[in-house]
Design a protein around this ligand. Structure first.
Ligand code: CP
Length: 313
């Protein structure tokens, strides 16, 4: 039997399956020693062009895709929407077609419209790949992968015994969606979710998750605590009455964290609203792996670019 054809694009982790996710994580682990520099990987994308096409702001994702592409030897173009002809009214599609006409092997794209990259696929030339760097509230697959890599490094490769808690603005979070897809694919023992009612998604997205309304209860005995940013830019007015109230009910502080397992790790995809979803003491404390997540971002993005262009996963 033939193994399934490697995907040409990475738009979501939904449906990717355990074997492919684990293969990407192993590939990222193999690349990790080269993620901080050196020339050992520079032949892998030599002569290829990667275009970072970001229509929403980013620190971690855009910078780490740039470093990842450079460390693989690619030419990298960082499109700056703020000084582009998008400001004169040029459409996203026209912008994409024009950049594609300049010669590109791979586009890394962030947009505010959920699902926009799925619609773009029919406009992509053969041999050009797309990577979703975050589309609205829908998906952020490389964040999901780097989060899984961080959990594996701290807790081992068997997720079946793990209790993982996601806290906060699940409804507007593409990170939460990609993490949930990955955690489910990897067979996580228990996925708990804690959020105000109006920041939980509608429908069936949390099927299989254990929803625990009070953070003090939700933290009991968990191995991993993933704090999520309040996505105020994607919210209708009035969803959160006050940031102080939110912090009181859903903010992670040191005394609350003591309810989790003693060796629990604290994660946050960034950027953090310090003093809202997480205190400084926790964000910068001994159980925080937040900067390890960021470091893993470069290795994961090297692995994804390499896998899509060289077709090894
Ligand atoms: N985690 C994340 O996507 O961060 P940026 O918005 O800074 O890229």
């Amino acid at each position: 039997m033939h193994s399934p054809r490697p995907p040409r694009h990475l738009l979501s982790l939904q449906g990717l399956g355990k074997a492919r996710i684990e293969a990407l994580l192993r590939h990222a682990e193999w690349m990790r020693p080269h993620a901080t520099g050196g020339s050992a990987m520079r032949e892998r994308l030599r002569g290829r062009t990667v275009i970072n096409l970001f229509f929403e702001s980013s620190t971690r994702t855009r910078s780490s895709f740039q470093l990842a592409a450079q460390r693989l030897g690619a030419d990298v173009l960082n499109f700056d929407a703020a000084v582009s002809s998008a400001r004169k009214g040029e459409t996203f599609l026209d912008t994409f077609h024009n950049l594609q006409a300049m010669g590109a092997d791979l586009f890394v794209i962030r947009v505010s419209e959920s699902g926009a990259l799925h619609d773009l696929q029919s406009h992509v030339m053969p041999n050009v790949s797309l990577v979703n760097a975050g589309d609205g509230r829908a998906a952020h697959p490389t964040q999901g992968l780097l989060d899984m890599l961080t959990i594996r490094q701290r807790k081992g490769t068997d997720f079946s015994a793990l209790k993982v808690l996601l806290v906060g603005d699940i409804k507007h979070s593409r990170v939460a969606r990609s993490d949930l897809h990955a955690l489910q694919a990897l067979g996580t023992g228990e996925i708990r979710v804690c959020a105000p009612d109006n920041l939980l998604p509608d429908g069936t997205e949390l099927t299989g998750c254990n929803i625990v309304p009070r953070l003090d209860d939700a933290l009991e005995d968990v191995d991993v605590v993933m704090m999520l940013r309040l996505q105020r830019e994607r919210m209708e007015e009035g969803l959160v009455s006050s940031l102080d109230d939110y912090h009181r009910e859903f903010g992670l502080n040191t005394s609350r964290l003591a309810k989790a397992r003693q060796d629990a790790i604290v994660m946050h995809p960034g950027p953090m609203n310090r003093g809202v979803e997480i205190t400084d003491a926790v964000a910068d404390g001994a159980q925080s792996v937040i900067l390890q997540q960021v470091s893993n971002g470069v290795a994961v993005r090297m692995a994804v670019l390499d896998a899509l262009v060289n077709g090894q996963i």
